[in-house]
Structure formats: structure tokens, C-alpha cells
Design a protein around this ligand. Sequence first.
Ligand SMILES: [Zn+2]
Length: 278
Amino acid sequence: MAVLQLGSVEIQPLLDAPVLMDPHRFMPQHASRILEEFGHQADARGLFTMAVTCYLVRSAGKTILIDTGLGSRRRPGFPVGRLDGALADAGVAPGDIDLVVHTHLHIDHVGWNTVDRQGGAREVFFPRAEFVIQRAEWDYWMQPERMHEPGNEHLVECVEPLRHTGRIRFVEGEDAIDEHLVFVPTPGHTPGHVAIGIVDGPERGIIIGDASHHPMQLLHPDWSPAFDVDPVLSAKTRDALFDRVIAEGRTLLAGHWPFPGIGRLVRRDGVRVFEPLG
Ligand SMILES: [Zn+2]
């Protein structure tokens, strides 16, 4: 699928990196059931296909990037992102991005905010962009003690440098991004986690961020990843979000589901089913 059109809004999925999910690491408390029930979807090593997908959105005259992937740094346990190449393939230069919108501030969603140039200079990769961030998310992660915890280096490298640029727009709750895009609070994975609703007339979509990581959660919304800050709340949020997507007939855009993670949710024989588009 090249571009999804919802009314006047264009959405292009950009693959930053394919990733393989090990259920023993990702959802250790559910790993044996995952392999029992979904093992046929795993590769020979028991790993499941996932993705780190960002979405390029053209809405109301602006070029908007939803999340910025893993970035260009080598990090143990993560592939190096190639969003820069995906943007170039789409004919988009970093300077063309007007807005970067974050669903949350985890390592695989803020990576390309900055790059380290040869000689050690760190610069913001999108030279004109305004960064739209939920205040609750910023306040949770950017407390000095949390920001400097081992494993949170990405906050220092990719989020902290935005602080003094004058290019952060802090938002709260269900704030609108523009006339077609609005935040949908979906807490649990992180405290300020948001999905992004897209509405233009009768056309509706939703970019769900990390409210779900794999389609197997359609059947088991209570299977929360180990990385969810509040796994009980995230399970409730996930379950309600899936039902809302079905009830409202929204096109679902799920950045961690196998690329491009775009389709419809329907209920068939009482069970939620994903029907991919394209
Ligand atoms: Zn993620």
C-alpha cells in the first residue's frame, strides 16, 4: 500500500525497521499460551513478526510525521532504523516536516528526533518541525531521576535536546492537532499515551500507537507486554479501543503490527477479526 486516503487526509506508512518479537521477553507471563495458540505464526526460533512503522500524514496543508522510530544509533537488542531512507523514498526531506506528533516517548518512537553527526555534534533531525507532545507524558518521563535511569538514554539523546528549541507544543488530553486530527487518550502503556484519531466527513481512522503490539491481542486484550507501565489499565484501554474502532467503523493503523498494519476490524462469530487493506 502506497498511500491511504481518508477524505482529504493522506497517510503513508513508513517502515523504520522490521522487528522480531520473542514472547519470552515481550510477554513472559503469557509466553507459553502464545506459543500454544499462535505458534504457527512464529518462525522456526519461535519469534513473531512485528514492525516499527511511522506514519507520514498530509492534513490541512501540513506535512506531519507520527512518531520517529528507533533512530540511527546502534543500541543493544534493537535494529538500526531506516526512516531517513523511507522518507527519502517518499520524496520527503527532513526540512519538509511541519509537525512531529508523538504517541508517547518510548525508545522506538522518538529515535529520529535527533542524529549524532561525525565529531559528536547532536542535532534535531527535522530542522523546522514543531514537536507535539502530551504534557502528562513529558512530565512522567522527563523527571531528572527517571530520565537518567539506565535504559532511558533515549530520553537524554532524543527528547531532552528539544527542550530549548522553542519548538515543543505541549498538549493535553483530547486536544486537536488540526481540523482533522485529534488526540485520543489511551493510557496504560505509558501514562500519557495517546492514539491519533483522523476524521474527515464520514471517513475515520485511528493511529493506535502502542495501545496494541500484535493482532493476537484482538482475542486476548489482557495480554499486556512487560513494557506497559500499567498493564491492567493498558488491557482495559486496549479492549475498549478495539470495540470503539469496530463500532465507529474506523480504519485501524497499528504501527507495531506486521507492516503496514492498516485495515478494518470486524466482529465475526463474536470474535474480533483484522481485515488488512492493500
Ligand atoms: Zn513502541
